[in-house]
Design a protein around this ligand. Structure first.
Ligand code: ADP
Length: 437
């Protein structure tokens, strides 16, 4: 209470007592005065409340004393709040204008994947209109199986590439980023130029490889004929001829592998997958690996679930698995142990090659599947390696929905494991039949 109010109240009380004393009823007069004062206070409070409750009423009610102070204080706070609100609204408007103008399609999704907000580019690239499509699930608006899996998975470390549903010539790279609580920012960037550049590179490599194929076959043919004609071929030519034949063979292998890689790149999925009897295939690969090992006396073990079959392209799987086994032979010294396994568990089917060879230093592991990436170029060349083997393995696996896991320690050996998803498995029964060594 302000001093003014105390004075006023004291004055009313004194007046009531004096008037009451004159009339002979001071107590009653004081009670009546008190009741009038309470009623007046209540009226003031009601006026104040209805003013506070009405945001459109800018004119504060006229009061005196503490009510006047209270009204002024509330009025001041209301004005300040209004100004801050306006400022925030301006910020929000500017932010929305900026994000609306962003060249990347940006969509805010709630925890169910329903659209909450979208910018103009989302309309152009994905056909999502804001506010028309608010609360519609993005997977219903953009019907692509790859996108549905991606949105369900919500892995912020992943990106996928899709073709724009509004323009088949536009390629988009999509990512999902967590945003505030239970909200996700769906961003689709136009990567058409990059896609085109990759396509040009890939076409160029495929065309050059194709063009080189015939001349190399011709060279090899003549070289073989010349090598055979020992009676007309001067002895000094023999060593150069053998070298030329070796290099021509290497070039041919390189060209074939480059062509295989571009073919794998062109088609992201196996066209007509068939059941592949991996167990039998591994027995054959092991036989070839023994031959490749020659006098180096490697010890092989093969443990395979004979009945475990997967859906895929047999030749490609053969190429991938044999690449890994032959690498183990190339990079494992004499009498080293090479263990091959084919098994399944709840996560799917797995092919594993473990060796106790030279191993790979940690810093190379991330790049080892890149084309032409070799830890030791001269060592790889010495056995005729092209540097494309692991790249082919990676592409083959990707086409089968599988992934490659590599564990290695320098000087201790390496383990290469191909993990196929459960959907790739054909045979449901687990028959652990063969244990060949
Ligand atoms: P390359 O034809 O050179 O063998 P790859 O793509 O098959 O090409 O392998 C790339 C590189 O990975 C090899 O040059 C080698 O350095 C390394 N590498 C692959 N497999 C093994 C292994 N089992 N042990 C050690 N290093 C390996």
């Amino acid at each position: 209470m302000l001093p003014k109010d105390i004075w006023r109240l004291s004055l009313i009380a004194a007046l009531a007592v004096v008037i009451g004393a004159v009339g002979g009823f001071p107590g009653t007069a004081l009670a009546v005065a008190g009741a009038i004062y309470i009623a007046w206070t209540h009226r003031n409070l009601r006026r104040l409340l209805s003013w506070v409750r009405d945001p459109k009423n800018h004119e504060p009610p006229e009061h005196e004393g503490i009510f006047e102070e209270l009204t002024l204080e509330i009025d001041y706070l209301r004005e300040r709040h209004k100004k801050r609100k306006k400022k925030l609204q301006n910020y929000l408007k500017q932010f929305q204008q900026a994000t609306r103008a962003l060249p990347d399609a940006t969509v805010v999704l709630d925890e169910d994947g329903a659209v909450q907000w979208a910018n103009d580019a989302a309309g152009r690239y994905l056909g999502i209109r804001w506010p028309d499509d608010v609360n519609q699930r993005i997977t219903n608006l953009v019907r692509l199986p790859a996108l549905r899996d991606f949105v369900l998975e919500r892995d912020e470390t992943k990106t996928i590439e899709i073709t724009s549903p509004t323009d088949p010539n536009r390629h988009l790279s999509v990512l999902l980023a967590p945003y505030s609580r239970n909200q996700w920012l769906f961003v689709a960037r136009d990567v058409t130029q990059l896609h085109r550049a990759n396509q040009i590179r890939s076409d160029f490599v495929a065309n050059v490889s194709h063009e080189l194929r015939t001349p190399i076959t011709v060279f090899r043919g003549y070289l073989e004929t010349m090598e055979r004609q020992t009676e007309v071929c001067p002895p000094t030519w023999r060593t150069p001829l053998v070298h030329m034949a070796e290099h021509a063979e290497r070039m041919q292998l390189l060209v074939e592998e480059l062509l295989l890689l571009s073919r794998l790149e062109q088609e992201p999925e196996v066209k007509d997958p068939q059941p592949v009897a991996v167990g039998e295939m591994l027995a054959e690969i092991q036989k070839q690996a023994r031959r490749l090992s020659g006098g180096r006396e490697h010890i092989f073990t093969l443990e395979a679930e004979a009945a475990l079959r997967i859906l895929g392209a047999e030749q490609e799987i053969y190429s991938a698995f044999s690449n890994l086994v032959f690498n183990a032979v190339h990079y494992t010294p004499t009498k080293g142990v090479i263990k091959i396994r084919w098994f399944k568990d709840a996560a799917g089917a797995h092919f594993e090659v473990q060796d106790n060879g030279i191993g790979i230093a940690e810093e190379h592991l991330d790049r080892i599947t890149e084309r032409f990436y070799r830890v030791d170029v001269s060592r790889a060349r010495a056995y005729g390696g092209t540097g494309l083997g692991l790249s082919i393995v990676k592409h083959v696996l990707a086409r089968h929905g599988a992934t490659l896991a590599i564990k290695s320690r320098l000087g201790e050996g390496s383990t290469f494991r191909c993990d196929f998803p459960p959907e790739a498995i054909v045979s449901p029964e687990v028959v652990r039949l063969s244990r060949i060594s």
